[in-house]
Design a protein around this ligand. Structure first.
Ligand SMILES: Cc1cc2nc3c(=O)[nH]c(=O)nc-3n(C[C@H](O)[C@H](O)[C@H](O)COP(=O)(O)O)c2cc1C
Length: 164
């Protein structure tokens, strides 16, 4: 049974929810999964595979997540690794904003070119402020939660195939 670490940064809980859904899907497919915030994960070398998730804040995948990838690069590079982001631009933006969101994992993918990347919509605590609406085409009445659960589940299912 593959031992998988799903670890995440989450300021307001959106990424935590996605990480928990991915962990649940991997468990359903037979993996033994620990799901923990970045920094709480111990004994990194004891895992067979990794999923690292974080939101985009200020046009960057959270630096804590990139630092984790940098620090453990040698271990991660030799094992199945998935990287995912949550982004309002991706979930609710116009096509150009969504395309831009696809670049936010690039610094991590430069370190781990074989990693599986996942891009998901995110969550907002309140209605989109006007700069967000203007810059990225987020609608005034856009939903506060644009996490696409079927897409998150499908991504986890695909990742599970790498554990076989
Ligand atoms: C301070 C701040 C900055 C953000 N910057 C971006 C951004 O540059 N691009 C983007 O697509 N989403 C941005 N977001 C949206 C977050 O990626 C989204 O809210 C995510 O779901 C939050 O995840 P969390 O609840 O796990 O912290 C930002 C959110 C906050 C609070």
């Amino acid at each position: 049974m593959a031992k998988v670490l799903v670890t995440y940064f989450s300021a307001t809980g959106g990424t935590r929810g996605a990480a928990e859904a991915i962990a649940a899907e991997l468990r359903e497919r037979g993996a033994a999964v620990d799901c923990a915030p970045l920094g709480e994960a111990k004994d990194i070398e004891g895992y067979d595979a990794f999923v690292i998730g974080a939101p985009v804040n200020g046009f960057r995948w959270r630096p804590e997540a990139l630092a984790f990838v940098e620090l453990h690069r040698a271990v991660l590079a030799g094992k199945p690794t998935g990287l995912f982001l949550l982004s309002i631009m991706y979930g609710l933006g116009r096509p150009s904003a969504r395309r831009r969101a696809l670049s936010f994992l690039d610094p991590a993918l430069a370190l781990l070119p074989r990693a599986k990347a996942g891009y998901f919509g995110g969550t907002m605590q309140g209605p989109a402020p006007w700069p967000l609406r203007l810059a990225f085409g987020v609608k005034k009445d856009a939903p506060l939660d644009s996490r696409d659960w079927p897409a998150i589940k499908a991504w986890a299912e695909e990742f599970a195939k790498e554990l076989a």
